[in-house]
Design a protein around this ligand. Sequence first.
Ligand SMILES: Nc1ncnc2c1ncn2[C@@H]1O[C@H](COP(=O)(O)OP(=O)(O)OP(=O)(O)O)[C@@H](O)[C@H]1O
Ligand SMILES: [Mg+2]
Length: 264
Amino acid sequence: ELEDKIRERTQDLVKLVSELQSAKEHVNALFEKEKELNQLKTRFVSMASHEFRTPLSSIQLSATLIDKYIPKLDTENIEKHTGKIKNAVGNLTTILNDFLSLEKLEAGRVEVNPIWFNVVRFAEEIVEEMQLISKQDQHIIYEHKGTSAEVNLDNNLLKNCIINLISNAVKYSGENTMIQFNSILMDNELLIEIKDNGIGIPDVDQQNLFEPFFRAHNTGSIPGTGLGLNIVKRYVSLMQGEVSLESAQNIGTTIRLKIPFTNH
Ligand SMILES: Nc1ncnc2c1ncn2[C@@H]1O[C@H](COP(=O)(O)OP(=O)(O)OP(=O)(O)O)[C@@H](O)[C@H]1O
Ligand SMILES: [Mg+2]
């Protein structure tokens, strides 16, 4: 009888130990996650303090110059500098929005809410918006292929991805270039393709592009935080889709998104 009791107690203990072990693993995982988030925040703070300096000093300079132009009623120069201020504020807002998206993603607070919409109308609106921030004589050419144009996808996540990709195409290619934007609709799948003839991405850098804060070494003085593609990749994954990339330095870059949807 004593032996039975001992056996029972031992079994209880073994169970308890294994429960403790899994509780410990759970806490460790939470701790690791917290650590990663903290690292991300630290990197953001150091990146932001660097990336914010240029637009902030440009805002300050423009404001000072506007003060000088006001008594002379020099509207042309005043408008030039209010334009610069708006542009700089736009850059700052993009950086902050990217970071907020990333934090929301990290916290698992991004939900996918598919709705039915017409992808052609949706894409044309984006093109109109992006054409405004493109460079001189940079043309965004949109084309749709497919027998229909209705898709059942999260329009907000998709829009954010496409804007990120087109702004990269704009930023990393020169004046007088063409940016091709295609949507191809199949039964249960939307393909998005953004193609530019810009600086391209060196082979060695291609595998790291989707890491947060990573930037290829040929970006020179072109500003950026390296968050855009990471967000795109994560949004596309949340939608169960895939991202692929084809690029050659000094020739150009093509990025493709393949996103499935349910047809009912
Ligand atoms: N169309 C492109 N042509 C050439 N290089 C590109 C292109 N798109 C992305 N890259 C490279 O990939 C890197 C990561 O892109 P990503 O969009 O994540 O960051 P970013 O453009 O530097 O900054 P931001 O967070 O403001 O978007 C870029 O820094 C650049 O080196
Ligand atoms: Mg970018």
